[in-house]
Design a protein around this ligand. Structure first.
Ligand SMILES: C[S@@+](CC[C@H](N)C(=O)[O-])C[C@H]1O[C@@H](n2cnc3c(N)ncnc32)[C@H](O)[C@@H]1O
Length: 261
């Protein structure tokens, strides 16, 4: 995620006094980065996973970051303070809502009227090299596994749907900007395999077939796409930028995407 991470931070363009809300923050890498940039402000990470937040808090304490904190909750209903945050962001944390309209309305309420919201989501699964690589590895191992049809990782891949959901939730000036970057799964084959196995598109077919151990044969394939710039799988993401008022929003994103083919 490091390439996407850098792009996202450039696009979000956090000022020192920002109050940042990070949705689906996971283990808090983006929340900590936001807190560092907002040295006179603060950052709140929200995630539904308590174990991830435990790790996020541990890493934050280790770093001694006093202005980053975390709350465990479902972004669809979590009671966020009204109009507190000047920047909302999310790195691949907004695609998993059962009720996206409720979630984005809840997020919009927490943002100040002049706030900006920048989220990074995946484009359609058919455009992802990394997804094809996983499918190929599974097929080699198991025949023709069925990858979950409605993979929620791609639930915000349709621009028209994104426009409709965000506008309905109270956002204005919704804009999208494409970004393609390599996706690395780990520093070595073992950690890459661990990461790959945790993906839903991998774990579900393997679980259904009861053949988790057999997937180790895909290790070689995973090795091929780790730690090597040339062999990295490419992901196609998109920045979705929206505001609470009609101010121009896309300039920092366009600057961040300079040089991206
Ligand atoms: C793909 S991970 C991204 C994590 C993090 N943003 C990152 O880039 O490392 C998606 C995250 O969204 C969280 N999530 C899923 N549904 C959620 C919800 N309804 N409310 C809050 N967080 C949610 C998951 O627990 C997970 O940590």
């Amino acid at each position: 995620m490091s390439c996407y991470h850098a792009r996202l931070l450039e696009a979000v363009d956090i000022d020192p006094d920002a109050r940042v809300l990070d949705i689906g923050c996971g283990t808090g890498q983006t929340t900590r980065a936001a807190a560092r940039a907002a040295s006179g402000g603060d950052a709140l990470g929200v995630d539904i996973s308590a174990p991830m937040l435990e790790r996020a808090r541990r890493l934050t304490n280790l770093e001694g970051l006093a202005n980053a904190r975390f709350e465990c909750g479902d972004a669809q209903v979590h009671p966020l303070p009204a109009e507190r945050f000047t920047i909302g962001l999310s790195r691949f944390g907004t695609m998993f809502f059962a009720d996206p309209s409720a979630a984005f309305a809840n997020i919009a309420r927490a943002l100040r009227p002049d706030a900006r919201f920048v989220q990074l989501v995946w484009q359609d699964g058919s455009r992802q090299e990394w997804r094809a690589a996983v499918q190929l590895a599974l097929t080699d191992e198991l025949g023709a596994p069925s990858i979950p049809a409605a993979d929620s990782a791609f639930s915000l891949a349709d621009p028209a749907k994104v426009h409709a959901i965000l506008s309905g939730a109270g956002f204005v000036d919704v804009q999208l900007a494409e970004v393609c970057e390599p996706v690395y799964y780990g520093a070595d084959g073992a950690s890459a395999l661990h990461a790959i196995r945790s993906l839903r598109i991998t774990s579900e077919p393997l679980r259904d077939l009861g053949r988790v151990s057999q997937f180790s044969g895909a290790h070689a394939g995973v090795n091929d796409c780790t730690g090597q710039q040339d062999a990295a799988e490419v992901g196609q993401g998109v920045f979705v930028v929206a505001g609470r008022d009609a101010a121009p929003l896309l300039e920092p994103v366009e600057a961040a995407l300079d040089g991206v083919s």
